[in-house]
Write a protein that binds this ligand. Structure first.
Ligand code: FE2
Length: 376
């Protein structure tokens, strides 16, 4: 065999210093983890996965992990007052604390990110049990939210050391939710570019889309948004900041009620949004509704779609198209009493964008809800 000689000059490909395999789990700090886990099983179709608490040696908390396909949610509550978890809930209400990312090397992930200015949340440490070991490290992001890096290649247990399998007789059917498509952060006035820089410099993400206040404004309120993506596109974090309008921006309402920056919504992917949303609605999940006139000119705007229009209209599912295809999406109302965290259900049919064509109709729907709360 001869040697292949290439005359092509060597092009230096910028190496991804933080290779991410995707979202590992999302952890919520909540006032009552037992009831939250029940709600996500009943209403969203998650299955019991693992439990940690005093019975497993975790004296200060109870944590319930639930799973649906590649989606893992953890609900954690402190068992006593006067600690960081309790303070978090007192200040923010129920919300996302941890966006955990799956990595091959959690020590290296921590070294790379902290060397670039990331603030340590947890130094790399090993969690062990009879099923192997997991290395975890973490850095702080916006507000009190954190990114954990989870290296689980030497672990065969059900979730994490410290947890035991959660066997339950109560197993509602799933709703077809598959994985985290993206997680959106709301940050304060003039803070968007600071966090865009953080994701670029500390985590090696790229800004793949930008929406200014002309893209995202209604008659009354506005926001700006930049979408940050990691190298392989598995992890996407849009960052929103409020913009000046005649009335209060939805991002500002969030910041007031969350008492600071935090995760605004988590988008959950499905392969059949009509079936998923039919299921979710029948289980009591409430969605934002756009006026039925939205559907009058929908097909003129987005062209041919595979789905029948009638069920989309019945359910309130929105459609948008970009150069690569189209997407279907719908947004829940906030899932707690504070107007803070909500979920998006999304089905992508080629489109890699975020539904810009729906922003106006959607934000008008959000404003109708804000007005009912007296916050517009
Ligand atoms: Fe979204």
């Amino acid at each position: 065999m001869g040697t292949l000689v290439s005359n092509t000059p060597v092009i230096s490909i910028q190496e991804d210093f933080l290779p991410l395999q995707g979202t590992d789990y999302v952890e919520f700090y909540v006032g009552n983890a037992k009831q939250a886990a029940h709600f996500y099983k009943t209403a969203f179709g998650f299955q019991s996965l693992a439990y940690a608490g005093p019975e497993t040696g975790m004296k200060d908390r109870a944590s319930y992990a639930v799973r649906q396909n590649k989606l893992t949610f953890v609900f954690t509550t402190p068992l006593r007052s006067q600690n960081a978890m309790a303070d978090h809930i007192y200040r923010h209400g129920d919300g996302v604390k941890i966006l955990a990312l799956k990595v091959d090397d959690a020590t290296e992930a921590w070294k790379q990110t902290t060397a670039r200015g990331g603030k340590t949340y947890q130094e790399p440490h090993i969690l062990k049990d009879a099923h192997g070991e997991v290395v975890v490290s973490g850095i702080c992001t916006y507000g009190e939210t954190v990114h954990l890096f989870v290296e689980r290649k030497n672990y065969e247990g059900v979730f994490l050391p410290g947890y035991r399998k959660w066997e339950s007789e109560y197993n509602p059917a799933d709703t077809g939710l598959l994985y985290v498509d993206h997680c959106v952060g709301n940050v304060g006035w003039n803070q968007m570019n600071r966090w865009v820089n953080f994701y670029e410099e500390v985590m090696g993400f790229r800004n793949i889309l930008t929406f200014d206040d002309n893209d995202i404004s209604t008659e009354y309120s506005a926001l700006m948004s930049k979408v940050m993506s990691n190298g392989n596109g598995f992890v996407k974090f849009p960052i929103n900041e409020p913009a000046e309008g005649k009335k209060k921006s939805q991002v500002e309402e969030y910041l007031d009620y969350y008492d600071g920056e935090g995760c605004q919504h988590v988008a959950l992917a499905t392969n059949n949004i009509v079936n998923t949303v039919t299921d979710l609605q029948s289980r009591g999940i409430e969605f934002l509704k756009v006026p039925s006139s939205y559907y009058d000119e929908l097909l003129e705007r987005v062209g041919h779609i595979d789905e029948d229009l009638e069920p989309l209209k019945q359910l309130g599912i929105l459609v948008d198209r970009d150069e690569e295809g189209y997407l279907l999406q719908i947004f829940t109302k906030p899932v707690e009493d504070r107007p803070t965290l909500f979920f998006e259900i999304i089905q992508r049919k080629g489109a890699k964008s975020f539904g810009k064509g729906n922003f106006k109709a959607l934000f008008e729907a959000i404003e109708r809800e804000q007005e009912l709360r007296g916050n517009l």
